[in-house]
Design a protein around this ligand. Structure first.
Ligand code: AMP
Ligand code: ZN
Length: 118
């Protein structure tokens, strides 16, 4: 397996390394979950792989088990928090409002979530 080389300025790599503070809610061997700085719902946390990939598809190609771990981590946190349900979202590409190019799963809950999303 090739280990990706992250850009020096990746803020999520810095959170994984402990060089940038974050409100961590869960950590596993391959993932870290922490509260989003700009929450869009009463519960809004991100689950990221410890390895740097630009998006979820790249993670799926290179480390499929780490992609799966994002979802099982989301489930574990949801169970710990007693959430009845949650929305799990990957924004992929700038046109879909991706702003941080280190794969991350948004997990949102705690309010009525409408469909279709905006
Ligand atoms: P996206 O727009 O899908 O790339 O999502 C990036 C998310 O990261 C946004 O919801 C931001 O509020 C969040 N974010 C950016 N920097 C930080 C940080 N240092 N700690 C926690 N969340 C962050
Ligand atoms: Zn990164």
């Amino acid at each position: 397996m090739t280990t990706p080389v992250p850009p020096d300025d990746c803020i999520f790599c810095k959170i994984v390394a402990g060089d940038l503070p974050a409100e961590v809610v869960h950590a596993s061997d391959s993932s870290v979950a922490f509260k989003d700085l700009n929450p869009q719902a009463p519960t809004h946390f991100l689950v990221i792989p410890r390895s740097h990939y630009a998006n979820a598809a790249e993670l799926a190609v290179h480390e499929p088990s780490a992609l799966a771990d994002l979802f099982t981590t989301a489930r574990d946190v949801a169970e710990e928090k007693g959430l009845e349900g949650y929305r799990a979202v990957f924004n992929t590409g700038a046109a879909a409002q991706q702003t941080v190019f280190h794969a991350h799963l948004h997990v949102l809950a705690g309010r009525e979530l409408t469909w279709p999303p905006g």
